[in-house]
Design a protein. Structure first.
Length: 570
């Protein structure tokens, strides 16, 4: 054996087992394996194997213990030691080895053990269930569907393992189908797993229906059930219902854990109920629940969203070990309170505490600097983010575009706009508006270059899935009108003089309608607006003609009749 006080103590215990009588030796060996440190468990097995005959139970139990301790390499070492000890690996030892791999994200290796067990005809449902545990959901689903062909019918743990794999991507519809298919074997864990999938997908209505289904089947409701329901309502923007379920836990005599309180505090943030958030945080120790970092972060966000900056900073100071989210939440609070100096202070304080800022920290600080016209600092910060190879998100890009607009750097705004597309960050209406405003301020609202670049931007965005917002709600119609010079100009249609701007709007609507790139309801509304505008124009033309026939003067294009709409930005 190796050196060291712990190893020497283990050697002494092994010798004690060896000196024991045959009748007592097995019991002492079992106690030694159960009590010894997990990192020394394999060493203990090797020592005991030299002084007594061990059976499969000793090895399989040790593999399971090492698996639970995430010591997968030692667990697999014990598995192979069984062969060296001329012991036959059985289904239980294979299942324990597969679990050791799955617990540490070594699912490919675990599936290799499963194939070996299947080849040796030793695999049972427990082995397959262990392999389902940590595999990606497509792999887990494929293996689950193969179980009947392997003559291994799925049981409740099989469904539970597959549902756990579906939680991360939030495949709630598939989870619902699985729950229905498991009608004969589903237990409370199966229902809880399905609710968790709905929680990940923010499908709070579906989660509540599942809770009602559990009550109808008289299944025992647990704290984990309500925690998932509260989180689902919180993610679904229904903070009132989340707090209602939190309150009902007391009525049902369910212990509220730190997850329960933290989710409720996060719900207070959504409803701007910062006083209630602080009250819940304050009462946690009196309920034998210790607040964790997530609890404090949720309370900081609740205070920050309600511009309670002083309280947010106080909570940060009260934390033992604030993390990146803690500082980012306080920086966001500084942004809401228009305190850019404090935003910069806390951003720099993160590095003093050896915390690396993330994209949220950068975005909030850049937004705070832009709001205070400190656009140069904002640009420098965005460059620092790029230097540290932190991929910007839509918020950070929009904040930087706003800085460039303030600094009248329209060339750089165009470059940054192009950079968004290279990094697969889809621009939205805010991005488009910032660049367009930069161009308009620099080139003037009537410059031909401004028109051409603006139209390029607008039409470019229309190909990225937001044509209704850009074409119907922004300025493309006005730009087209100004480029072709249709101010006050008309065209004879069916014997009537119709303003060209109306024809342009109608053409754009027709193109959008037949391209299928926008909603039918939106197009109907816009078409109706066009019809109303044309009706008003026809009525004004009729009144003008009647006035001219009576000797009056028909109004010109700039009169108060207002029959030519302003093609500029609304």
């Amino acid at each position: 054996m190796h050196d060291g006080p712990e190893v020497k103590e283990l050697e002494h215990q092994v010798r004690s087992v060896a000196r024991a009588t045959t009748a007592r030796r097995a019991a002492q060996a079992a106690r030694l394996l159960k009590s010894c440190r997990r990192s020394l468990l394999r060493l203990a097995l090797q020592g005991l194997a030299r002084c007594m005959e061990l059976d499969e139970r000793h090895f399989s139990g040790s593999i399971s213990a090492l698996s639970r301790s995430a010591l997968w390499q030692d667990a697999l070492g014990v598995f192979f030691d069984m062969g060296k000890a001329q012991l036959r690996q059985d289904a239980f030892s294979y299942a324990a080895a597969i679990s050791a791999c799955e617990r540490t994200s070594q699912w490919e290796l675990g599936h290799g053990f499963l194939r070996s067990a299947l080849h040796a005809r030793l695999a049972d449902t427990h082995c397959v269930n262990a392999a389902l545990g940590g595999a990606p959901w497509p792999v887990a689903l494929r293996l689950f569907r193969q179980m009947p062909a392997l003559r291994l019918p799925p049981n409740a743990p099989s469904y539970n393992a597959l549902l756990a794999a579906l939680a991360a991507p939030g495949l709630w519809r598939l989870a619902g189908h699985l729950l229905a298919a498991a009608a004969g074997v589903a237990d409370k864990v199966t229902w809880n797993c399905t609710i968790s999938v709905c929680e990940k997908a923010a499908q709070w209505q579906r989660a509540v229906k599942l809770l009602e289904g559990m009550e109808e089947k008289t299944l025992q409701l647990q704290t984990i059930t309500y925690n998932a329901i509260i989180s689902a309502c919180h993610k679904g923007q229904n903070w009132q219902l989340a707090l209602r379920f939190f309150a009902s836990m007391h009525q049902k005599q369910l212990f509220r854990t730190v997850i329960s309180y933290s989710s409720a505090i996060s719900s207070c943030e959504k409803g701007r109920q910062w006083q209630l958030a602080l009250q819940l945080l304050h009462v946690m120790p009196f309920k034998q629940v210790t607040p964790n970092t997530f609890s404090f972060n949720a309370a900081i966000s609740a205070c920050g969203g309600s511009t309670q900056l002083v309280r947010a900073m106080g909570l940060l100071a009260a934390m033992d070990k604030p993390d990146v989210v803690s500082y980012s939440s306080v920086i966001s609070a500084c942004e809401c309170a228009a305190e850019w100096q404090l935003s910069l202070h806390f951003f720099q304080a993160m590095r003093l505490h050896t915390l690396a800022p993330n994209v949220v920290s950068y975005s909030s600080t850049i937004s705070a600097l832009e709001g205070a016209s400190e656009w140069q600092r904002g640009l420098h910060l965005f460059q620092s983010m790029a230097d540290e190879r932190i991929q910007g998100d839509l918020i950070s890009y929009n904040a930087t575009l706003a800085c460039l607009q303030r600094g009248r750097r329209w060339h750089r705004a165009l470059d940054l706009y192009d950079d968004m597309q290279k990094h697969q960050v889809c621009p939205d209406a805010i991005s488009n508006s910032s660049v367009l405003n930069s161009l308009e301020e620099q080139l003037g609202p009537e410059g031909e270059d401004a028109y051409s670049i603006r139209l390029w931007l607008e039409l470019g965005l229309s190909s990225r899935g937001v044509p209704a917002q850009i074409l119907a709600e922004n300025v493309i119609v006005g730009d087209l009108a100004r480029m072709v010079g249709v101010h006050g100009k008309t065209q004879e249609v069916f014997g009537r003089e119709v303003p060209l701007i109306y024809l342009i709007v109608a053409g754009v609507l027709a193109v959008l309608w037949f391209s299928g790139n926008t909603g039918a309801i939106r197009m109907i509304v816009l078409g109706f607006m066009l019809y109303v505008m044309y009706t008003q124009y026809s009525r004004s033309q009729g009144q003008a003609a009647a006035g001219a026939g009576a000797g009056g003067r028909a109004p010109d294009d700039n009169s108060s009749g207002g029959h030519v709409i302003n093609p500029g930005r609304r």
